[in-house]
Design a protein around this ligand. Structure first.
Ligand code: SF4
Length: 450
């Protein structure tokens, strides 16, 4: 079968698509080349924001238009939420509106049954599109299953995963290792626990084996991914710090990056471990979401801004040049002008390297849409987002300036269109240099100059 695979959203989705892509290739399926009609189209969807939902709908419509006879399979978080909705609407026989172009909707748990589904479809007569998808989904909150995944793709935009799976056989610099899935936190604005299920993980021994194999195959950088990765250990009684210690003791020349860690779970012991580690990069990604304690309470986050400030100060004490990226949300219900000003003033004085700014969108099923709190008008949400984006630029510039003259180690990755190669230092400074094939996938210690 000729398969087209489109992935949207987070690194976790990319890692999972890559694992599925490898399995399909091993079963003898091939990639539908550009302009070629596919027999099967798979879209691994995302539902983190309204905009993500919109992109999924666009991708599905485009695939149907371009591949009128293909079987279209939607899976991932947007598909999971639609599958849940279909179970409610089935009772009222209303059907699932807006999914007429899709043949199958698979939940996040059923995502890993796609190779078997495709094998079954191969032996079936072509199906006429019934204008109502077949929904295969179990209640995600009940699942304990963990499906491992590893990808060698670094794309952060929509891509054809079979393509990157093949292409990356020659370019295996960075890989994403899924160490955890699901979340038990239920922040009031977030749909992810409904789409991904409860927090769960495999044993440390399975992850060290997968990481060691990736290193043996040439990976030089391993990025740990998951939904709430520092919550690692719920299924196995192990801890996140034990996982990091084990991954710090593999054989070979490699670097580890920790993905996003909730501030309440990013302990001083973990920061100490990073500071003394040979392999773990001084790179932290910490979700703040709001710098107002009142708004953090509305969001049902698990920390105060004082705890967040202590974490940042401790990182700076142990690792003065560490990269610290911070997720910031704006415009949630109840974020008054006064709370936002307080938030902005708090972030201004934080010594961090970059802000990842997200604009709140109202999501069905979240507790926030039930809250009787003032809604921030979209124009005002945009103004707040612009202010934080500007602040982020200043912080990033200051971070680059603080590193000028430092000896740093860059891992060269690939060639870009202008004959340059690009790479990142251990503390996530992006660098470029004229393309030199001898240096690709190699570490090089250099003096960083602005
Ligand atoms: S920690 Fe909060 S924001 Fe993050 S996935 Fe869990 S519920 Fe969503």
């Amino acid at each position: 079968m000729k398969v087209r695979f489109v992935t949207l959203g987070c690194k976790l989705n990319f890692a999972e698509s890559s694992a599925l892509g490898r399995s399909l290739l091993a079963s003898g399926h091939t990639r539908a080349e550009d302009g070629e009609q596919a027999d099967i189209c798979v879209v691994n969807t995302c539902s983190v924001t309204d905009a993500a939902d919109h992109k999924c709908r666009q991708a599905l419509s485009r695939l149907r238009r371009e591949n009128p006879n293909a079987v279209i399979i939607a899976t991932g978080c947007y598909a999971q939420l639609a599958a849940d909705k279909s179970q409610q609407t089935m009772a009222s026989s209303q059907g699932l509106k807006g999914w007429e172009q899709v043949d199958y909707i698979l939940g996040n748990n059923e995502k890993f049954d796609i190779p078997e589904l495709i094998a079954r479809l191969e032996n079936q007569q072509p199906m006429a599109n019934s204008r109502q998808p077949i929904v295969l989904s179990t209640p995600i909150r009940e699942t304990d299953a963990f499906h491992g995944a590893l990808s060698f793709s670094s794309s952060d935009s929509e891509t054809d995963e079979l393509h990157t799976t093949i292409a990356d056989r020659t370019q295996r610099t960075r890989c994403f290792l899924k160490v955890q899935d699901g979340c038990n936190y239920f922040c009031t604005y977030c749909t992810i626990p409904y789409a991904r299920g409860k927090s769960r993980n495999p044993h440390i021994s399975e992850l060290t084996a997968a990481a060691q194999q990736a290193i043996n195959e040439g990976a030089k950088e391993i990025v740990l991914t998951g939904v709430n990765i520092a919550d690692f250990g719920r299924s196995t009684g192990e801890t996140f710090i034990e996982l990091l210690q084990a991954l710090d003791n593999l054989e070979g020349e490699y670097r580890l990056r920790i993905g996003s860690c909730e501030p309440n779970l990013l302990t001083e012991q973990i920061i100490d471990l990073v500071a003394g580690s040979r392999h773990i990069a001084p790179h932290f990604h910490i979700p703040l979401q709001s710098g107002s304690n009142e708004v953090l309470q509305i969001m049902k986050r698990h920390y105060t801004r004082e705890l967040f400030a202590r974490r940042v100060a401790y990182i700076r004490q142990r690792l003065p040049l560490a990269f610290i990226g911070v997720d910031c949300m704006v415009g949630v219900r109840g974020e008054t002008e006064e709370y936002f000003s307080d938030y902005l003033a708090f972030v201004e004085q934080l010594d961090v390297s970059q802000l990842h700014v997200f604009t709140y969108s109202e999501r069905a099923r979240t507790r926030m849409v039930e809250m009787d709190l003032p809604v921030v008008p979209p124009k005002e949400r945009k103004r707040r987002s612009d202010l934080l984006h500007r602040l982020s630029e200043l912080k990033t510039r200051a971070f680059y300036a603080a590193n000028s003259g430092q000896q740093l180690t860059v891992l060269w990755e690939s060639r870009n269109a202008k004959g340059q190669m690009a790479g990142f230092t251990e503390n996530y400074l992006r660098m470029t240099a004229p393309y030199d094939p001898e240096k690709v996938n190699q570490f090089e210690t250099i003096q960083f100059n602005l």
